[in-house]
Design a binder for this molecule. Structure first.
Ligand SMILES: *Cc1c(COP(=O)(O)O)cnc(C)c1O
Length: 375
């Protein structure tokens, strides 16, 4: 179907606040076009035609062979951890991520080890991970491409094959990212994606898992449907993590509009970057990579500067959000909450600025001006 028209945000943020982001909604007509199909067929969930259509279109779009749509990104992580049998196993991950990366590991009763991040990319640093590997037996690594920026994926692939351990990516924010010219989905063993309403591509609630291994894919397909195999026999204890037809319908609408969403957000990002250059630190990659316009994070010199700026932005009706703060460490046991010099210094200085498809030029300029006045 055709792409939808863009309606710009009103220019008086004091009357209606500008949020840090807002879910993109396609036109109701467009959504109804797909929903009607589900209503006509009276097929609302369980591997229905809209789910199949979305699966095929995403496989094509992303260039992957084994893709499974699921109920949300956290379920995707839980399934990946289950598939790789991480119960009571030692797993290295990053402290600088959305809580679900590690809470899902905790639910799987894995033994979580946090490793430090790189100061430029804010992603898990393979060199630090290798140091852990010289002293500890590790069973899996869970890197996150945070804010969509790829970590050093080649290095993690090498570590994975050298130590014969799976690399499971929390790619909730990096479905569209590229590392050295290739989709990030071409690296590692498993990628878990979130299609939550606040993500660039969404299905209201939803997610996907991509696999290298056909066996892993087939096992996951059973697991999301209670563990029921093709012949109707429950082969192992699964769970319900299926995506419904109404969620898939939203995904089909948004996939039509994705090029427009990306283009518009790219424009805002480019403006932010040129206006804020020199005033704050931006996340940057050490490699040739592409980061989709998912978030607009900036790093301040001090936490005080961050707090002041956030307040000034708030007075003018601009909401910003601290990611990922406070560090999601509280539920982890004491030994895991060890000192991590880089992430300890970085994680309390990062603020995400408003970014959405219909943010006008003037909003970006206003926000950038307020920041420059406060640093
Ligand atoms: C959004 C997100 C998740 C959780 O996904 P849900 O679909 O909300 O369950 C996990 N990890 C990261 C890095 C995320 O950004």
């Amino acid at each position: 179907m055709q792409q939808s028209k863009v309606v710009q945000l009103p220019l008086s943020p004091l009357k209606s606040k500008v949020l840090v982001t807002q879910p993109y909604v396609p036109s109701l007509d467009k959504y109804m076009h797909y929903v009607e199909k589900a209503f006509d067929a009276k097929w609302l969930t369980n591997d229905g035609p809209l789910l199949k259509e979305l699966t095929d279109r995403l496989k094509d779009y992303l260039g992957v062979k084994y893709l499974l749509l699921v109920s949300n990104g956290t379920a995707a992580l839980q399934l990946a951890y289950k598939i790789k049998n991480l119960t009571n196993k030692t797993v290295i991950s990053t402290p600088f991520t959305f809580p679900a990366t590690t809470t899902a590991l905790e639910w799987q009763n894995a033994n979580i080890q946090l490793s430090d991040i790189n100061k430029n990319s804010w992603n898990l640093d393979p060199k630090v991970v290798e140091k852990h590997l010289t002293t500890t037996k590790v069973d899996a690594i869970v890197p996150v491409n945070i804010f969509g920026m790829p970590c050093d994926m080649e290095a993690f692939d090498k570590i994975g094959s050298k130590h014969n351990i799976p690399i499971i990516y929390d790619s909730a924010q990096s479905m569209l990212s590229k590392f050295k010219g290739k989709s990030v989905l071409q690296y590692g063993d498993i990628h878990c994606m979130s299609f939550h309403a606040t993500k660039l591509f969404h299905t209201v609630e939803g997610g996907a898992i991509t696999f290298n291994s056909k066996d892993d894919y087939e096992r996951a397909k059973r697991l999301i449907n209670f563990g029921i195999g093709e012949n109707g026999v429950v082969e192992e204890a699964g769970i319900n993590a299926k995506m419904s037809e109404l969620h898939a319908a939203m995904g089909l609408c948004i996939l039509d509009d994705l090029p427009m969403l990306i283009e518009n957000r790219e424009k805002s990002l480019t403006r932010y970057h040129s206006q804020l250059a020199g005033a704050v630190t931006l996340q940057c990659s050490n490699y040739d990579s592409y980061t989709p316009p998912m978030y607009m994070p900036i790093k301040f010199e001090t936490e005080d500067a961050l707090l002041n700026t956030r307040e000034q932005l708030g007075h003018k009706g601009y909401l910003s959000r601290r990611y990922f703060y406070p560090k999601n460490h509280k539920f982890l046991n004491e030994s895991v909450r060890s000192v991590l010099p880089v992430s300890d210094v970085i994680s309390n200085k990062i603020l995400c600025l408003p970014l959405m498809h219909n943010l006008s030029k003037n909003h970006v300029t206003n926000i950038s001006t307020i920041i420059k006045q406060n640093v």
